[in-house]
Design a protein around this ligand. Structure first.
Ligand SMILES: Cc1cc2nc3c(=O)[nH]c(=O)nc-3n(C[C@H](O)[C@H](O)[C@H](O)COP(=O)(O)OP(=O)(O)OC[C@H]3O[C@@H](n4cnc5c(N)ncnc54)[C@H](O)[C@@H]3O)c2cc1C
Length: 345
């Protein structure tokens, strides 16, 4: 692999993870990103929860195993980065509308391999003193993690550079170039950049880049919103999912809340969503000083049609790969592993 010239298009969490992995393996990598810095696509709006516990336990078995693996992968990566890659986070605390629901949730996840323990109100209050009225019962997942993802992208891109990768930020790939049934490079505004392998990791924008070569790419988008709040004091030690909110503290002390949305929202609807999050924060954590909405981001998450592999190779031209997946933060280390495997054969 070392002699191949590899271009990775897109420096979101997926692209930087691939560039980090391949350059660490000794490959010749160039990471090309349209924006001025890594992690500014949908990745910037990510909640960044590395989780099995989110939602119910009905995720299909292979996906569940990948999520368990992701928790291990990020633990290892975080160690490699001296504890600076992941956000400070002691795990996740999750509760349902009833105690039975919480019990069922914990049991379902334990049976599938998650490390989880039921905790009562007193223990919840010890772990998270900001919760004014803790539920009677919650499930604690001590191994789950969180990432301030844009920051993690900067660290991963820097480490890739230190391992020999080139990074071209502020350069948009206008098209792919092929010669004799093989990929031969990409077209930039200033000319061509030659390569033997091109990995398209441009999130939702990947569809346009590969449309001529992989018309059945299966990429779609689905909106989701992230509300960022600043607080003068008070922070959460865990990701909390309960009481109608999914929320955590970032490394810088801001709170972020992820909100599933049905459809694209206009500015008024987003403002209403943010105001609802703010009222919940005030109600759940009255001890947090002066919470204020800082901003709301609506992100278009790249999704894949059911059954599509995380990484696929084009039949024609040879040497072209597509790397898109949901949930992209969780799956980025697995995607990187799969890309490395593809390139090794
Ligand atoms: C509110 C919200 C909450 C979320 N929560 C979670 C979560 O808790 N856990 C989780 O795993 N996932 C979560 N996700 C999903 C996750 O954020 C995405 O799956 C992931 O960020 C996708 O990363 P990506 O690298 O594929 O895409 P992107 O971040 O969009 O990166 C693609 C990059 O390619 C660049 N690009 C595009 N076209 C070109 C071009 N022609 N030339 C050069 N560069 C180009 C873009 O500028 C961009 O930087 C959440 C998403 C949202 C919106």
């Amino acid at each position: 692999m070392a002699q191949h010239r590899i271009i990775v298009i897109g420096a979101g969490i997926v692209g930087v993870s691939i560039a980090h992995r391949l350059s660490g393996d000794g490959a010749r990598v160039t990471l090309v990103e349209a924006r001025e810095a890594p992690g500014l696509g949908v990745t910037a709006a990510s909640f960044g929860w590395i989780t099995c516990a989110a939602g119910d336990d009905s995720v299909p078995e292979p996906d569940y195993r990948r999520r368990l693996q992701a928790i291990e992968d990020y633990a290892r990566l975080d160690r490699d980065f001296g504890g600076r890659l992941c956000a400070p986070c002691r795990g996740a605390i999750v509760w349902g509308a009833t105690e039975d629901e919480t019990r069922g949730h914990a049991q379902g996840h334990e049976e599938r391999g998650s490390v989880v323990r039921l905790i009562g109100a007193a223990e919840i209050a010890e772990f998270e003193p900001m919760i004014a009225e803790p539920p009677a019962l919650a499930a604690r997942f001590p191994r789950e993690r969180a990432l301030d993802v844009a920051h993690a992208c900067i660290l991963l891109a820097r480490a890739a550079r230190e391992a020999g990768a080139e990074t071209l930020f502020g350069e948009t790939v206008l098209g792919l170039e092929t010669t004799g049934g093989r990929v031969s490079g990409v077209r930039l505004s200033g000319g061509s950049l030659a390569a033997d392998r091109v990995i398209v990791a441009a999130g939702a924008h990947s569809a346009a880049l590969v449309a001529d070569f992989m018309p059945d790419h299966g990429i779609a988008t689905s909106p989701s919103a992230l509300v960022t709040l600043s607080v003068e004091s008070g922070r959460l030690a865990h990701v909390l999912d309960g009481g109608g909110i999914e929320i955590r503290s970032r490394g810088n002390g801001d709170l972020v809340a992820a909100c599933g949305v049905e459809d694209d929202l206009d500015d008024r609807a987003l403002a209403a969503l943010a105001s609802d999050v703010l009222s919940r924060v005030r109600r759940l954590f009255p001890g947090m000083e002066n919470p204020r909405v800082d901003h709301v981001q609506l992100g278009q998450r790249p999704m894949l049609a059911d059954g599509r592999p995380l990484v696929s190779a084009a039949r024609d031209p040879e040497g072209l790969y597509l790397a898109v997946a949901h949930p992209g933060v969780i799956l980025a280390p697995e995607i990187s592993r799969q890309v490395a495997d593809f390139l090794a054969h």
